[in-house]
Design a protein around this ligand. Sequence first.
Ligand SMILES: [Fe+2]
Length: 375
Amino acid sequence: MSRDALVSDDLAVKFTTEKDSPYTRWVKSEGLDIVSSLYVPDLHAVELKPWARRGGMGVFLNHDASRTSNDCYVCEIPPGKALAPQRQLYEEMVLVLDGLGSTSVWNEAGQRTSFEWKAGALFAIPLNAWHQHFNGSGTRPARYVAVTNAPVVINAFGDLDFVFNTRYDFPDRFSGEPSYFANGGAQRGFLLETNFVADAVNLPLVTAKERGAGGGHIRFSLAKGHMNSHISQFPVGTYKKAHAHGAGAHVIILNGEGYSLMWPEGEEPRRFEWKPGSMIVPPNLWFHQHFNTGTTPARYLAFKAEGVSIRNAQGVPKAWISRRLGGDQIDYADESPKVRQLFAQALAKRGLTPRMDAAYEAELTELPPVLRGDS
Ligand SMILES: [Fe+2]
């Protein structure tokens, strides 16, 4: 039995007008497509269309909740060119996929700064700051992927002139500080407060045993924004615990090879292969689980909006809490035997074996008891 909650055409047609929104009409007016995407094999190769207003090429890759939460787009700047300047009342986080270049950022007060980037750089656009991206190569395109909360803002106001042409600075977010986009920042626990990461692929991480298998983790608050992002890494021969959360996490593989399983509760897992540049977008409340089948650590970047996190009363995301405690993370001890079989088979094809015993044993020392009545 399918658990995708699909209904008859008769019922679906009664809601079709609600699929159209100021946001979807804006994307159409830009001359671009919205490609429905829970899995993109290679962001480096995804097909783009001319984006006349910005002076580049682009495509929107949106998950199932994109009308109301956060969207994703890929953009390419032609060799030797710059995109048109833009400011916007929504937040935007950027990962450079290919090439090199620079970005100028300025505000109504005339305060200006600029910084250079190349593939692997991560940054965000300060709210409503003017910004312009330049390709630093005269021979090769520069390509980036961005996640924004444009759907929330455009749908809330429905007025493009207001969203893209409001004269207002947010000085607490950006005031032209010369070092605003310097690489570095203050680390507090898992959170790195920074506006620019020059090389997300090699950024040092913090140990995070809570997600299983001895992984590394770091979280970002970029450009003093409300949207958030994190990087996770997990070792050779290991996999992470399955968990579920709200829609809007855009998981972009930075390094390594492997696959992810994704499934709505009660259904068989579906398998998606990945490599650097692949993107996985778990649909709302689907379980998902990431497996490293390569010979190097596997690292991914997740661009999110707060709506992804379903938190307990202490503010802890339930995706970090055992299902045995009412959370949304499946302990290794409770996963399907098929999960381990599939992983062992995938590794065997490459002459590798799982390195999960230490993680399984470590979990047993902290595993909450199964509640009576649970299975
Ligand atoms: Fe997740």
